[in-house]
Design a protein around this ligand. Structure first.
Ligand SMILES: Nc1nc2c(ncn2[C@@H]2O[C@H](COP(=O)(O)OP(=O)(O)OP(=O)(O)O)[C@@H](O)[C@H]2O)c(=O)[nH]1
Ligand SMILES: [Mg+2]
Length: 258
């Protein structure tokens, strides 16, 4: 294997507070302990205050949201956008620094709390494209566990993972995190059984919402045939082997999960 093939970039993405940072730490620890891997950790969130892992590259060496708020008087959202602009201006430098870190194996990438800054601006797609050159990459879309506890919410979560696929142009796997906290509905079973799905939608939704949910779930089911979703807990470590398998499958030449 040449150094060019050496990295597997794993980009953690999902809505604010879904557990991206915790997942980077938890999955990294699992890789170290169970597989003897030596992953490197990359923080791309300029707004985070405390990290539960030791980053080999930290975007806060370039820009910090708290400093920007103090120095410019901007509020948290304005400062976040300003930070994204600064990162975009220096993007080449950021990529060169990350690529210069020696090693092989997993590069675990933590992304900003506000997912739209990473996905809908140029920052995310461009960084991912540059880090993927000569390496492999997969995004882990972390579904909001509260959304995933209803069918319509689950459909919204899955649609975001499809948008992630479209924007980052790499395979995406989905997990429902915080499994230790919530009773997520039996999604897998329901996705496979249309009559149960229709029954459930009728129970949860009414009128136009029911009609829309049913149509949307059909779309979701089409995708879900090729997409396994696992439940994880970044807190207890539950589901890390499943996540590893999912990532492996997504990277396997025989199948692109999305
Ligand atoms: N119970 C439980 N709590 C979790 C889990 N994963 C994360 N948390 C908690 O959820 C909160 C947010 O976790 P983070 O890892 O900071 O989430 P994030 O997506 O990085 O958050 P932002 O970057 O601020 O958007 C923290 O209080 C975590 O301790 C989990 O699997 N179970
Ligand atoms: Mg975070």
């Amino acid at each position: 294997m040449s150094w060019m093939d050496a990295w597997i970039n794993v980009v953690m993405i999902g809505p604010a507070g879904c557990g991206k940072t915790s997942m980077v730490a938890s999955f990294g620890r699992w890789l170290e302990k169970e597989l003897g891997e030596r992953p490197i950790y990359v923080n791309l969130d300029p707004g985070v205050l405390k990290l539960p892992y030791k980053p080999s590259y930290d975007i806060r060496s370039l820009v910090r949201v708290d400093d920007l708020m103090r120095d410019t008087g901007l509020g948290p959202n304005g400062a976040m956008i300003k930070a994204a602009e600064i990162i975009e201006e220096r993007l080449n430098d950021v990529v060169v620094r990350i690529r210069s870190i020696n090693g092989t194996g997993f590069r675990l990438i933590d992304t900003p709390g506000q997912m739209e800054l990473f996905l809908f601006r140029e920052m995310g797609p461009r960084i991912v494209e540059r880090l993927s050159e000569g390496s492999r990459a997969v995004a882990v879309y972390i579904l909001d566990p509260f959304l995933a506890s209803s069918l319509s919410g689950f459909a919204v979560g899955i649609s975001m993972s499809i948008i992630t696929r479209l924007r980052l142009r790499i395979p995406v796997v989905s997990v429902i995190n915080k499994a230790d906290l919530l009773n997520t509905i039996e999604l897998e079973r329901m996705l496979l059984d249309e009559s149960k799905l229709v029954e459930r939608i009728a129970l949860e939704e009414h009128g136009l919402a029911a009609e829309l949910s049913a149509k949307f779930m059909n779309l979701v089911r089409e995708y879900s045939k090729a997409m396994r979703i696992v439940k994880t807990s970044a807190k207890t470590g539950q589901g890390m082997q499943d996540l590893y398998n999912l990532i492996n499958d997504a990277l396997c030449e025989c199948g692109d999960l999305t």
